[in-house]
Design a protein around this ligand. Structure first.
Ligand SMILES: NC(=O)c1ccc[n+]([C@@H]2O[C@H](COP(=O)([O-])OP(=O)(O)OC[C@H]3O[C@@H](n4cnc5c(N)ncnc54)[C@H](OP(=O)(O)O)[C@@H]3O)[C@@H](O)[C@H]2O)c1
Length: 254
C-alpha cells in the first residue's frame, strides 16, 4: 500500500526535506504550511515526479486552520487515502528569554510545539489504531535534553511524550519517534532574528542526514532519534554535567 504522509511545515527546512525523502520513496504527500505560494510550488514539483499531492494552507495556531488539518487526519478510507505517516514539524523559536517576552507570545510558542502536535497525534491515532499501523514523527530538538528556556522545555515535553507513546502504541503497530537535531541551516534562525554566525561550523548538520537518520531510526522502532555521532555524544554528556554548566554552554541558538 502507498503511504500517505502528512507533513506540517513542509515548505522549508527540515519539513521540506522530509517531503523530498518520502516522495523519493514513492509516498503520497499532504503538505501543510501557512503560505499558499511555496505550498503550490512544492506541489507542482512533486506532481511532476508522479507523486500524489494534496496541500492544506493553514495556520496551525488558528482554530479553523488546525481544524482543517485535524479533519484530514481523521478522514476515513472511503473518501481520501488515510494518512499513514504524520510528521509534526512546523515550529519556530522566540529570540528573547522567557520573562522578557510577552506572555501571549510564549503561549503561542507552547501551542505550536506542544498543543498542536499533540492534537494532530491524537487525531492520527483515531484512524491509525483500528488499522493497527502508522507512524508519528515529531521534530523535537537536541535542546530538549538541556535546560534551555521554554524552547528546551517544549521540546522536552514532546521527547517525553514520544518515549511513552512509542511503548504504548508500539504494541498496536504504531511507531512514534521524536527527532532531535542540533543546528540545521534552514529559515529557522533567520525567522527568529537570531545571529547564527557565531555557531561553530562543526555544529551544523546536513538536513539530508537529519532526515535519513530519522527515517532509519523510526523504521527501527526507536523512540528518539539524535542525528550524528557528535550530537549523540553531546546528549550523553548532558546526562553527567551539572544543569548550571549545561545551561551556560547552551546559551546560543536552538
Ligand atoms: N533549524 C534548526 O536548527 C532546528 C534544530 C532543531 C529542531 N528544529 C525544529 O525543526 C522544526 C522545523 O524547523 P526548520 O528549521 O525547518 O524551520 P523553517 O525553515 O523556518 O520552516 C518552518 C516551516 O513551518 C511552517 N510554519 C511555521 N509556523 C507555522 C504555523 N503557525 N502553521 C503552519 N505552518 C507553520 C513554515 O511555513 P509558513 O511560514 O508558510 O507557515 C515552514 O514551512 C521546528 O519544529 C524546529 O523547532 C530546528
Amino acid at each position: 500500500m502507498t503511504e500517505t504522509v502528512l507533513i506540517t511545515g513542509a515548505t522549508s527546512g527540515i519539513g521540506a526535506e522530509f517531503a523530498r525523502q518520502f516522495a523519493a520513496r514513492g509516498c503520497d504527500l499532504v503538505l501543510v504550511a501557512r503560505s499558499p505560494g511555496p505550498l503550490g510550488d512544492a506541489a507542482s514539483t512533486y506532481r511532476a515526479q508522479g507523486v500524489g499531492v494534496e496541500t492544506i494552507a493553514a495556520d496551525l495556531l488558528d482554530d479553523d486552520g488546525l481544524a482543517r488539518v485535524l479533519d484530514r487526519l481523521r478522514t476515513a478510507e472511503s473518501t481520501l487515502a488515510p494518512v499513514t505517516v504524520l510528521v509534526n514539524n512546523a515550529g519556530y523559536g522566540l529570540v528573547g528569554p522567557f520573562a522578557d517576552n510577552a506572555l501571549e507570545d510564549e503561549i503561542r510558542h507552547l501551542r505550536i510545539h506542544v498543543e498542536v502536535p499533540l492534537a494532530l497525534a491524537h487525531a492520527a491515532l483515531q484512524s491509525m489504531r483500528p488499522r493497527r499501523a502508522g507512524t508519528i514523527i515529531t521534530v523535537a530538538s537536541v535542546a530538549g535534553f538541556t535546560p534551555r528556556g521554554t524552547y528546551g522545555a517544549v521540546k522536552a515535553a514532546m521527547i517525553s511524550f514520544s518515549r511513552w507513546a512509542n511503548v504504548v502504541y508500539g504494541r498496536e503497530g504504531i511507531r512514534v519517534t521524536a527527532v532531535c537535531p542540533g543546528f540545521v541551516r534552514t529559515e529557522f534562525h533567520q525567522r527568529m532574528g537570531m545571529e547564527a554566525s557565531s555557531i561553530p561550523a562543526a555544529m551544523w548538520l546536513d538536513v539530508g542526514l537529519v532526515v535519513r537518520d530519522a527515517l532509519r531510526d523510526t523504521a527501527a522502532g526507536k523512540a528518539v532519534s539524535v542525528p550524528s555521532v557528535r550530537y549523540k555524544a553531546l546528549v550523553a554528556l548532558t546526562r553527567v554535567t551539572p544543569s548550571s554548566l549545561v545551561a551556560r554552554l547552551a546559551g546560543l541558538g536552538r
